[in-house]
Design a protein. Structure first.
Length: 222
């Protein structure tokens, strides 16, 4: 069964159009240079990429089948991880990405896999049980902090709107007493958790301490 994606993901983005365009250009250039590899989605290596998957997927109940939206899916690296670590669970997967080049790579790579599809855009065209987004909030480049946080808030709204059970995302942590690295978005562990708990009337769990200067936010609907 193919993932249900009968309509294209929403494009354009209104006030955020310039943010979406910049993200798409950045990652299209990455995959053109490095191909369908961790470097092609701006990760340093497969090991840290999969460490993030472990944390994000603590959202999901693998004792029964479910549908999953993967925001910023890149070339679909999460599928390979799911097939290796959770082969016994039937997962209806939809990848969403702003980069046309990424979506093309993903469709080519996974063209023979059942229950997986990919769409171009910044929002999901379907409602799924769960959604995850790995690393999509890190590389702000030249965007103002205000615009970038508007992008984050809009993304969180969509993750909530298009899931029935919850979603998980990750952020880079700001080291105490530092301003962070130029072009990267860093934040404390509490602010976005409070935002999600209040705005979505949900539980918001922060998971950190897994060896990276970042944290995972797991939001479950009540």
């Amino acid at each position: 069964m193919r993932a249900a994606a009968s309509e294209p993901a929403r494009s354009g983005g209104g006030a955020l159009a310039h943010v979406y365009s910049d993200i798409a250009a950045y990652y299209s250039a990455k995959v053109a240079r490095f191909g369908a590899t961790p470097n092609g989605v701006d990760w340093t290596c497969q090991a840290t990429q999969e460490m993030r998957f472990v944390q994000l997927l603590k959202l999901c109940d693998f004792t029964s089948s479910f549908s999953l939206n993967d925001y910023g899916c890149g070339y679909g690296a999460l599928i390979a991880y799911l097939d290796r670590r959770h082969r016994g669970c039937a997962i209806d997967y939809l990848g969403i990405d702003l980069s046309r080049a990424m979506v093309q790579r993903a469709r080519q790579k996974w063209r023979d896999r059942n229950a997986a599809d990919f769409v171009l855009g910044h929002a999901s065209p379907r409602t799924a049980d769960y959604a995850v987004a790995s690393g999509i909030f890190n590389v702000a480049r030249e965007q103002t902090r205000q615009d970038w946080e508007h992008f984050i808030a809009a993304s969180l709204d969509d993750l909530h709107r298009t899931t029935t059970r919850g979603f998980a995302v990750n952020f880079m942590k700001r080291a105490p007493g530092t301003a962070g690295r130029e072009g990267l978005y860093t934040t404390d562990t509490a602010s976005w958790a409070r935002h999600c708990a209040a705005r979505f009337n949900a539980t918001a769990e922060v998971r950190d301490g897994y060896g990276l200067m970042e944290f995972t936010l797991i939001v479950r609907k009540l």
